[in-house]
Design a protein around this ligand. Structure first.
Ligand code: PRP
Length: 173
């Protein structure tokens, strides 16, 4: 049985998401709709909770992009595994991510989505590991800055396991 240590409890996560939702609302006085683009798969729980924490009308979209394979560290390779179903041209867009680590995934995605001419393009991430950054990324909404520990739960996996844990936990060996 793996050894878990709770880093962020379900309650802490939910409280912070309410704050982030209010912050995004405050930045959208025009009243939306805002496209929330969920990066599969890790951000799915965050997307669901963030969308419901916002008062601004939103539309949800999914994009598949993968850089990790089954290991614990980035391969540096990024691939698009599922594209958006709609055009985002002229819309306010928030990319919803579970964690920014090296920044490889987001810097690639920002390049791809910018070419599609959204009105605005911002990023919301639940977790940020600034120590690990290899590519600079401008992230507007950060839930928690965390230390360089391997975390799973609340959408984050290790070899596809543990995504359904309610807390974010540190996986120790
Ligand atoms: C993870 C995570 C981010 C990305 C962050 O995705 O969900 O999308 O890595 O890492 P980076 O900043 O170093 O690029 P992963 O490829 O593991 O896919 P998953 O969300 O399906 O688990």
């Amino acid at each position: 049985m793996p050894n878990f240590r709770v880093l962020l409890s379900a309650e802490q996560i939910q409280t912070r998401i309410q704050e982030l939702g209010a912050e995004i609302d405050g930045d959208n006085p025009a009243g939306g709709p805002v496209y929330l683009i969920c990066i599969l798969k890790g951000a799915c729980f965050f997307l669901a909770d963030l969308a419901r924490a916002m008062k601004t009308p939103s539309r949800i979209e999914f994009i598949g992009i993968s850089s990790y394979g089954k290991g614990k560290t980035t391969s540096g390779e990024v691939k698009l595994t599922k594209d958006l179903d709609v055009s985002i041209e002229g819309y306010d867009v928030v990319i919803v991510e579970d964690i920014v680590d090296s920044g490889v995934t987001l810097s690639y995605l920002i390049k791809v989505l910018t070419q599609r001419k959204p009105k605005t393009l911002r990023i919301a991430t639940l977790l940020d590991k600034p120590e690990r950054r290899m590519r600079p990324v401008d992230v507007q909404y950060v839930g928690f800055r965390i230390p360089d520990e391997f975390v799973v739960g609340y959408g984050l996996d290790y070899a596809e396991d543990y995504r359904n844990l309610k807390d974010v936990v540190i996986l120790q060996d």
